[in-house]
Design a protein around this ligand. Structure first.
Ligand SMILES: Cc1cc2nc3c(=O)[nH]c(=O)nc-3n(C[C@H](O)[C@H](O)[C@H](O)COP(=O)(O)OP(=O)(O)OC[C@H]3O[C@@H](n4cnc5c(N)ncnc54)[C@H](O)[C@@H]3O)c2cc1C
Length: 418
C-alpha cells in the first residue's frame, strides 16, 4: 500500500511515523519536515522567562533549535524509510497528486492508495492589517526583529496575545495591548484571564480595551494604531496576533467533497483531511487526528482520534495548562490546591499558582487546570489518569517524589477526600 502525506508539520510527521511500519510512505512538504513556525516564539518565551535579554542571542538560539529539530525529524523519517519530497502539492483527484517542481520544471504526478492532507492553516489577520516585516510583524515572525524596540503595540488577544505581552514586557519594551473587548480573553481558560492580565499589568503592560477594528499606519519613525472611535496609540513596532484558517479548496479538494467522517476521511475515498482550523490552535490535537487518520488509512486501527484527554497550554513562568472539563463546563465537582500547599514551592520559591482537579458523578477525573511552572507537564499524568478512567480516590493513594511539583496532583485528590 502506498500512502502519501502532504505536509511536514507536527501532524504530517505524526501521520508518517504512525503509518511507516505498515505501508510505503511518501511525505511531501513545502518546507523542511519539522519546520514549525511557533518553535521560534516558544524559544523566545523560554529564553526571556529564564532571564535572557540579548535579542541577537535569543534569535541565534531559536535558529539553532529550529535547525537541530529539523535535522532530527529528517533522521527519524529516514530511519523509518519514509520517502521525502519537497515542493507544493495539490490533489487532482482521489489518490492523485500533482507536485510542483521547485525549479519551474514540469509538475510531477504521484499516485497513492491513500492521502493524508496535513497542510495546516494559514494566518488570517484582522481586516486591513498585514505584516510588512519591518514595523508590523506577525506573532510567529519575531525573528524579523533585528533590535529590541523601546515600545510595541500588541494587537489582539488569545494565547499569542498574552505570550507576546509577556515576552516584550519582560524584555523591557513598553507594551500597549489593543484588545477587542473590555478585557483580554485567552479563549482557552476564562478562569485565568483576569489573573494573567493583572500579572501583565504589573509588568507594565498598558491595556487599550475595545480596540476592535484598529487600523495601522507605519512610517520611518514608527507605527500608529487608530481605533474606529478615534483613539490612537504609537510605538516603534506593532505585533499582530492571528487567526488560522485552513483552505482545502486551495489544495485541490472541492468544497463539496471536504466534509469528513470520524477518521477525517473526506468524501473522496482514501483522502483524509487533518483540520487545523481551531481556535486556539493546538499541534497535539492535529497530531492526534493525523495518527488516527493514518492508522485508519493503512487498516491498522478503527479508533477515531480522542482529543478529550489532550492538555492545552500557553504562557511560561507561569504556564497555564488545561485538560478536559472544569466546573464551569459541567464537571460534577472540583478541588483546588495552591502551589504553596506543597513543599516544592518553597524549594523553588514559586508560591504563586494553583492546581484544580475536577471529577464526574462517578468520582472519576474529568479535567484539570494548572497555573504553575511547567503546568503542562504537571497535567500529563492527570491526562493519563483521565484516559484510564481513574477516580480521585485512586489518585489520592499515589505519592510523587518529595518535594516536587508532581505531589500537587495527589495532594488535591486527598484534599477532595477530606
Ligand atoms: C503564533 C502561533 C503560535 C502557536 N503556538 C503553538 C504552541 O505553542 N503549541 C501548539 O500546540 N500549537 C501552537 N500553535 C498552533 C500550531 O501552529 C498548529 O496547531 C500546528 O502547527 C498544526 O500542525 P500541522 O502539522 O497541522 O500544520 P503546520 O504546522 O502548519 O504544518 C503544515 C505543513 O504543511 C506544509 N504545506 C503547506 N501547504 C503545502 C502544500 N501545498 N504542499 C506540501 N506541503 C504543504 C507546510 O510546509 C508545513 O510543513 C501556534 C500557532 C501560531 C500561529
Amino acid at each position: 500500500m502506498r500512502l502519501v502525506v502532504l505536509g511536514g508539520g507536527p501532524a504530517g510527521l505524526e501521520a508518517a511515523r504512525a503509518a511507516a511500519p505498515h505501508a510505503n510512505v511518501t511525505l511531501v512538504s513545502a518546507t523542511a519536515p519539522g519546520a514549525w513556525r511557533p518553535l521560534a516564539s516558544q524559544v523566545w518565551l523560554a529564553a526571556v522567562t529564564t532571564g535572557m535579554r540579548d535579542l541577537l542571542a535569543i534569535g541565534a538560539r531559536a535558529a539553532r533549535a529550529a535547525a537541530a529539530w529539523q535535522e532530527r525529524c529528517a533522521a527519524t523519517l529516514a530511519a523509518l524509510d519514509v520517502e521525502l519530497l519537497t515542493g507544493h502539492a495539490r490533489l487532482t483527484g482521489p489518490g492523485q497528486i500533482e507536485l510542483e517542481a521547485d525549479d519551474a520544471g514540469p509538475a510531477r504526478q504521484l499516485a497513492a492508495d491513500a492521502v493524508i492532507v496535513a497542510c495546516g492553516a494559514h494566518d488570517v489577520f484582522p481586516a486591513g492589517l498585514a505584516p510588512d516585516q519591518e514595523r508590523i510583524i506577525g506573532a510567529a515572525e519575531l525573528d524579523a526583529l533585528t533590535a529590541l524596540p523601546a515600545s510595541a503595540l500588541v494587537l489582539g488577544d488569545g494565547p499569542s496575545g498574552f505570550e507576546l505581552c509577556h515576552i516584550f514586557s519582560l524584555l523591557g519594551t513598553t507594551v500597549t495591548w489593543l484588545v477587542p473587548d473590555a478585557t483580554p480573553h485567552s479563549r482557552l481558560t476564562p478562569e485565568v484571564d483576569g489573573y494573567l492580565t493583572r500579572l501583565l499589568e504589573r509588568q507594565g503592560v498598558q491595556l487599550a480595551p475595545r480596540a476592535n477594528g484598529a487600523q495601522l499606519a507605519a512610517d520611518a519613525d514608527g507605527v500608529t494604531a487608530t481605533t474606529p472611535e478615534g483613539a490612537s496609540y504609537q510605538a516603534e513596532v506593532a505585533v499582530l496576533t492571528t487567526l488560522r484558517r485552513s483552505d482545502p479548496e486551495a489544495l485541490g479538494l472541492p468544497a463539496a467533497q471536504a466534509a469528513t467522517d470520524v477518521y477525517g476521511q473526506t468524501k473522496w475515498h482514501g483522502v483524509y483531511l487533518v483540520d487545523d482550523d481551531l481556535e486556539p490552535a493546538t499541534a497535539s490535537v492535529a497530531m492526534a487526528q493525523a495518527r488516527a487518520a493514518a492508522l485508519h488509512a493503512v487498516r491498522r486501527s478503527s479508533a477515531p482520534a480522542d482529543t478529550r484527554h489532550i492538555v492545552r497550554s500557553f504562557m511560561a513562568q507561569p504556564q497555564v495548562a488545561k485538560l478536559g472539563r472544569l466546573a464551569t463546563e459541567g464537571a460534577h465537582g472540583s478541588v483546588t490546591v495552591a502551589l504553596a500547599e506543597g513543599a516544592a514551592a518553597y524549594v523553588h520559591d514559586t508560591p504563586e499558582g494553583f492546581l484544580t482537579l475536577t471529577w464526574d458523578q462517578a468520582g472519576r477525573v474529568a479535567g484539570a487546570l494548572a497555573v504553575a511552572p511547567a503546568a503542562a507537564d504537571l497535567l500529563a499524568p492527570v491526562a493519563l489518569a483521565m484516559r484510564l478512567g481513574m477516580r480521585l480516590d485512586e489518585l489520592a493513594a499515589s505519592y510523587a517524589p518529595h518535594p516536587s511539583l508532581g505531589e500537587l496532583v495527589a495532594l488535591a485528590a486527598r484534599k477532595m477526600e477530606r
